[in-house]
Structure formats: structure tokens, C-alpha cells
Design a protein around this ligand. Structure first.
Ligand SMILES: Cc1cc2nc3c(=O)[nH]c(=O)nc-3n(C[C@H](O)[C@H](O)[C@H](O)COP(=O)(O)OP(=O)(O)OC[C@H]3O[C@@H](n4cnc5c(N)ncnc54)[C@H](O)[C@@H]3O)c2cc1C
Length: 397
């Protein structure tokens, strides 16, 4: 059992490729985009995911690009401060931009494992000897295993486990993030402005030379084409029309954003994320949503457990897949629960809820509760025991 196809080269895909290659598997990665996709928000690590990064040997590279963010301010429509939250509450033990993480992870596997960029799987047929895979561009091939690491709207999940509507559950919010100018001159800090059911924010990035604009809004399910970026921009603009603070300026900047990201805030809930010779990892199999603050951590830990169990089982998926699912189930569940809890705090839907949230934040400003928030986050981040798979047998060619 040696040849593995991974669909998706973002976070879970390259992390898994790195480990599987190290354990002697022959890995091919197929990615729909023409190159690794940058962009996105800042992602933070603590607990188990930080340990996975350490075991991967990428901590130094990531420390070199960490954001080093300070406090986050909440302001009213006129820009007056309501409350401030210390960095310890939100930025974990290490925080980097998602695009930088993707770059570091990709460097680990570039030139070492085969990459098929600008391509996508069109069909998967499993028999006793393997999985026959057809592609949009590449010639058909047979692999021993196929892993879908292709995100919330996973292509592999759709082909093997059925339509998205059976597995993807919207939490009632939409999110948008893009890079823009740091026109407020923010110095390693972020500013957020809420109104009921909405939050808009700006935080500095890359040593304050640029900034990330962030929007979340509550809405009933929206119908739009995921390829239609112009319509997605309109949806954000419509949701924030008439809002105060810097919102009009940020909406104007959205038109030129090089890396506009928009998606529903959704979770993937499946009874099982493996079937036969196919497994799902990261958002594809158990997306907790950005509101969990754990999406990227979960993807990294999931990749670590999947590769470890495969290596420990000498590549036998019949042994490895059930163990992978068993070890990850509770951790993924806790991450999903955290998203539902934090939605109430991050984007209160009512004026009364917002008032209560602000009151709590003000109390946190005067009382030393930042450490308590950090400890609560660490509890979820550490809700899995990482096995040490270093002794696992390397799969022989
Ligand atoms: C460009 C981009 C920006 C993002 N920005 C944010 C953000 O600002 N905030 C946020 O909360 N989350 C963001 N995310 C999602 C976040 O990265 C994930 O929630 C998390 O890191 C889990 O990673 P993942 O590898 O499981 O999935 P993802 O990071 O979603 O990666 C999935 C990968 O699969 C690829 N792919 C999709 N379909 C196919 C296909 N048919 N064939 C081959 N490859 C395919 C995608 O191009 C992508 O590279 C972003 C994702 C992307 C791709």
C-alpha cells in the first residue's frame, strides 16, 4: 500500500503530504488552483497544533513570519473605544497569516512529492486493488488510497459521500476577508466595530505595511454562485450598507482586493469521514468553521493523526482509518461546539446581546481575565492526546 493521492494543497493537504512522504509513501497532490493559494486571515496556534508544528520542524520558519499582534480594540460607530482585549486572549502562542502558513507548508513538499496544479479529480472508482482516478487534465491513474483535503466544498466528499447539503451545516453567518491598505496606521493591532448581527474590522499585517479587512454578518441562507466573486462583493456591500466607523471606506477598498475571500460560516458534520479507500481530512471532513478559531489547528492535527495511524498500520487503511476517526472524533466535536459558543460573543445578533457583550468586554478590560480566556481556549486546543508515531514502521518501497 504505497501510492496516495491527496486532493487539495492548502493546509491539511501539504501537512499530510509532508508526513506521508517522510514515512515512505508515494504521494501525489492535485490542486485545482494554478499554485498554492495565499490570502486569508491570521491563524493562531496553541496546545496540540503547536506541538504538531514543532514535530514537523517548521516552528522556526513560522516564528520568522509571526504577526506579533498586540491588543484588539472594539469601537463604536464614531470610532470611540468601547473595550480592549489583550493579545493573550485571541492570538494564541503563535499567530501567522494563513497565506504564510500555506507557503511554509508547501515548501516542505515542493519538489519532493508530485504536484498536479490546475487540475481536479472527476471520478473515483474503487475495486479490490485500488482506486481508479480520472482527472480533468491528467491521464487516469490508480492509487492505493485517496484523501480529500479540499476544504469545506470538498470535491472528493461530493464524489464519494454524496451531495454537500447532506454534510454541510450553515451556522447562519457569512464571512469575508481581504488584504487592503493599513490606512489607519495600525501598529500590530486590530480594531472591530459591531452592530447587531454584524462585525467589521481591520488589523495590521506584515509589519504594518498592509492590513486585513474582516466582515462577518448574520443572514438566512443566501443563494449565489461560488465562482461569481462580483456577486459575493455585492452581498458584503449590501449587508453593511449604511454602517458607521470605517465601513464605507473598507467596502470601497474591497473592489480592488487581490485576495477577496467569501464563504458561509459552516460546519461539516458526518457520521464517518472515511469510506473504503477514501478519507477526508481538515475542513473537508470535519470543518468547525472560522468562528471556532480552530479550523487550521484541526486540519493540522487531523493530518498528523491520519498519517501517524497509516504509518503505524504499515499503510493498511482498514486498520488505520477507524483509529484515525476514533482519535479525532471528540476533538473535532469540541472545536465545533466552540464555534457555536463564540458566535454569541463575536457577532451578537440583537442590540441587547451586543450591550451585554460590551459590558463583559469592559469588565475584562478592568479585571485580569485575559488569562482566563486564554486558559479556556487552551482547554479545547489540548483536548486531544498526540501519539508519538516516530517509532512507526516506514513503508518499504
Ligand atoms: C484562498 C483561501 C483563503 C482562506 N481564507 C480564510 C479566511 O480568511 N478565514 C477563514 O476562516 N478561513 C479561510 N480559509 C479556510 C481555511 O484555510 C481553512 O478553514 C483551514 O485552514 C482548513 O484547511 P484545509 O486545508 O482543510 O482547507 P482549505 O484551506 O479550504 O483548502 C482546500 C484546498 O483545496 C483546494 N481545492 C478545492 N477544490 C478542489 C478540487 N476540486 N480539486 C483540487 N483542489 C481543490 C482549494 O483550492 C484549497 O487549496 C481560506 C481558504 C482558502 C483556500
Amino acid at each position: 500500500m504505497r501510492r496516495i493521492l491527496i486532493s487539495g494543497a492548502s493546509v491539511a493537504g501539504p501537512a499530510l503530504a509532508h508526513w506521508l512522504h517522510r514515512y515512505g509513501f508515494e504521494v501525489t497532490v492535485v490542486e485545482r488552483a494554478p499554485a498554492p493559494r495565499g490570502g486569508g486571515y491570521a491563524v493562531d496556534f496553541r496546545g496540540a497544533s503547536l506541538e504538531v508544528l514543532r514535530r514537523m520542524g517548521v516552528l522556526d520558519e513560522l516564528r520568522a513570519v509571526e504577526t506579533g499582534m498586540g491588543e484588539t480594540r472594539y469601537v463604536d460607530a464614531a470610532g470611540r473605544r468601547i473595550a480592549s482585549m489583550p493579545a493573550v486572549a485571541f492570538s494564541g502562542e503563535l499567530e501567522v497569516l494563513r497565506g504564510d502558513l500555506v507557503e511554509v507548508l508547501h515548501r516542505r513538499t515542493a519538489g519532493v512529492v508530485e504536484h498536479l496544479f490546475g487540475d481536479s479529480v472527476t471520478g473515483l472508482t474503487e475495486d479490490a486493488d485500488g482506486v481508479r482516478v480520472t482527472f480533468e487534465n491528467a491521464a487516469p491513474r490508480t492509487f492505493d488510497l485517496v484523501v480529500g483535503a479540499d476544504g469545506l466544498h470538498s470535491n472528493v466528499r461530493g464524489l464519494v459521500f454524496g451531495p454537500e447539503r447532506e454534510h454541510v451545516h450553515e451556522l447562519g453567518f457569512y464571512a469575508s476577508v481581504f488584504t487592503t491598505a493599513n490606512h489607519l496606521g495600525l501598529d500590530r493591532t486590530g480594531v472591530f466595530h459591531n452592530s447587531p448581527g454584524r462585525i467589521a474590522g481591520l488589523y495590521s499585517a506584515r509589519h504594518n505595511t498592509e492590513a486585513k479587512a474582516v466582515f462577518y454578518f448574520a443572514a438566512d441562507p443566501l443563494t449565489y454562485d461560488r465562482g461569481d466573486v462580483a456577486r459575493q462583493r455585492e452581498l458584503v456591500a449590501e449587508a453593511f450598507a449604511g454602517q458607521g466607523w470605517e465601513v464605507p471606506r473598507l467596502l470601497a477598498a474591497m473592489a480592488d482586493a487581490p485576495d477577496f475571500y467569501f464563504d458561509s460560516v459552516s460546519q461539516v458534520r458526518m457520521a464517518s469521514s472515511t469510506r473504503g479507500r477514501v478519507a477526508l481530512v481538515g475542513d473537508a471532513g470535519y470543518c468547525a468553521s472560522p468562528l471556532s478559531g480552530m479550523g487550521t489547528s484541526l486540519a493540522l492535527v487531523g493530518a498528523y493523526v491520519l498519517e501517524g495511524e497509516l504509518a503505524a498500520a504499515g499503510g493498511d487503511h482498514r486498520v488505520a482509518f477507524p483509529e484515525y476517526e476514533r482519535r479525532l472524533r471528540d476533538f473535532a466535536l469540541r472545536c465545533r461546539r466552540q464555534a457555536v459558543d463564540s458566535a454569541r460573543w463575536f457577532v451578537p445578533r440583537t442590540r441587547a446581546g451586543l450591550w451585554l457583550r460590551d459590558l463583559n468586554y469592559r469588565m475584562m478590560t478592568v479585571l485580569p481575565t485575559g488569562g482566563l480566556v486564554a486558559r479556556m481556549a487552551l482547554k479545547v486546543a489540548n483536548a486531544i492526546t498526540l501519539e508519538d508515531y516516530r517509532g512507526a514502521a516506514v513503508v518499504q518501497p
